[in-house]
Design a protein around this ligand. Structure first.
Ligand code: URA
Length: 249
């Protein structure tokens, strides 16, 4: 996993437990708790290591034939209280095999810095682990994942949430909200209130790339208000200055 431990030795017993745990993830058992044995006997790092290696050959995604080869898993702290979920890797992420390293990622880093956080203190992932394919002339172009592509990868992100058990999830954009909330509603209708995914409080906000296209103060303030709510949820101190960011002067 990018930013985490590279490999963890697993004995036969651990492999057996991991297999059960993955079977649960594969069946897309999003609404039911994972097998008790997993929570008790595996570390978060072991669960993520297994998920990462299974994602490489995730048949439901490969079978579609519409996603590219390189798998991009996640980055950050497996023990983070805050988990951020985007849509899919793009050109830059595919090259570096790390989520949110392109222009949207740089903006995300600035948002995190304004919150007093760094990338290594949060956990950053995507609902779709492969860059959506656009054919032989794709170049640096990217497209959002389709509903089918999101559905195929959904068991992976749901299993990541069960492994991390963060105090708060922030969905960055509509694809992420669709996957985690299993609904089709727009970001603007979902944002600004608490929702939940597998028992974890969840906030939906705009994708950073939306803010790169729309620099209106009101859009920046909306995203910032969602981040202030997430900061409160995870118990981060908030200064008066932070509270007032992007308010009209
Ligand atoms: N946009 C996303 O949603 N995820 C990335 O990793 C990069 C850009």
């Amino acid at each position: 996993m990018a930013g985490g431990q590279e490999k963890l030795p697993l004995d036969d017993e651990a492999r057996g437990i991991l297999r059960q745990w993955m079977l649960h993830a594969r069946q897309g058992a999003a609404q039911s708790p994972p097998p008790a044995v997993a929570a008790d006997e595996l570390s978060v790092e072991q669960k993520l290591e297994l998920l990462c290696s299974r994602a490489e050959n995730w048949k439901a995604a490969r079978r579609l034939g519409t996603l590219r080869e390189t798998m991009v898993f996640a980055v950050g702290n497996p023990h983070a209280r805050l988990m951020l979920v985007g849509e899919a890797p793009g050109h830059d992420e595919e090259i570096q095999r790390e989520p949110f390293v392109g222009r949207a990622g740089q903006l995300l880093n600035r948002i995190l810095a304004a919150m007093g956080l760094s990338r290594s203190e949060v956990y950053i992932s995507n609902v779709c682990k492969f860059r959506p394919d656009m054919g032989p002339n794709q170049g640096t172009a990217n497209r959002p994942p389709s509903a089918e592509e999101i559905a195929a990868c959904r068991p992976l992100i749901m299993a990541e949430i069960r492994a991390i058990r963060p105090a708060c999830i922030v969905c960055l954009g509509g694809s992420s909200a669709k996957a985690l909330l299993a609904c089709e509603a727009s970001v603007s209708s979902l944002r600004g209130r608490w929702l939940e995914c597998q028992g974890v409080p969840l906030r939906v906000t705009y994708h950073p790339s939306y803010l790169l296209r729309n620099e209106a103060l009101s859009a920046r303030r909306s995203l910032w208000e969602d981040m202030l709510a997430a900061m409160e949820q995870i118990g981060l101190p908030i200064s008066e200055k932070q509270r007032r960011y992007f308010l009209p002067s």
